[in-house]
Design a protein around this ligand. Structure first.
Ligand SMILES: [Zn+2]
Length: 163
């Protein structure tokens, strides 16, 4: 199976980075990174560059095809930016990754994460996940259901796929 793309978002696209991770794609974002450094990392480490800065894309001659990139139109909300990128690259939804750091989520027992989960949630929920990177705990509550519905609409051909 082909390895999924990994993304590096420019300094304006932090919200998009979080949505990409929720859709299952590793996405880096560094608000302080300089343009040249951003392009160099994409070139050397194989990231797909996402940018709303057409000047940046021209300055570094990305159009010549050295760095794979997608121009993200201005004026879109992050979830619309996600829909644009997924559509351009025809990306399917994948298992969600940590929205904070982009690492994989591992299914865990409640007993392993009890100290991180509010008592009300412990009573109602059965499926818990922990980020392999930062340790953040997730569960399939109403907040996640809302995110998942938006992801399904953002995916190519979106909206009707199974949950
Ligand atoms: Zn994490």
């Amino acid at each position: 199976m082909e390895r999924p793309p990994e993304f590096f978002c420019d300094a304006m696209l932090g919200g998009l980075a979080r949505w990409l991770r929720a859709a299952g794609y590793p996405a880096r974002f560094d608000v302080h990174i300089a343009d040249g450094e951003l392009v160099r990392r994409c070139l050397e480490e194989g990231y797909v560059l996402l940018s709303s800065d057409s000047g940046l894309l021209e300055r570094y001659a990305l159009a010549e095809g050295l760095v794979e990139h997608v121009f993200v139109p201005l004026g879109l909300r992050p979830v619309q930016q996600l829909a644009h990128v997924m559509g351009e690259l025809d990306l399917p939804l994948r298992p969600a990754r940590c929205m904070d750091c982009g690492e994989e989520l591992q299914e865990v027992c409640l007993r392993q994460v009890r100290h991180r989960v509010p008592p009300g949630v412990q009573r109602r929920m059965e499926d818990f996940f922990r980020c392999a990177g930062c340790g953040k705990v997730y569960w399939h509550g109403t907040h996640w259901e809302r995110i998942r519905r938006q992801l399904q609409r953002a995916a190519p051909g979106g909206g009707d796929g199974p949950g």
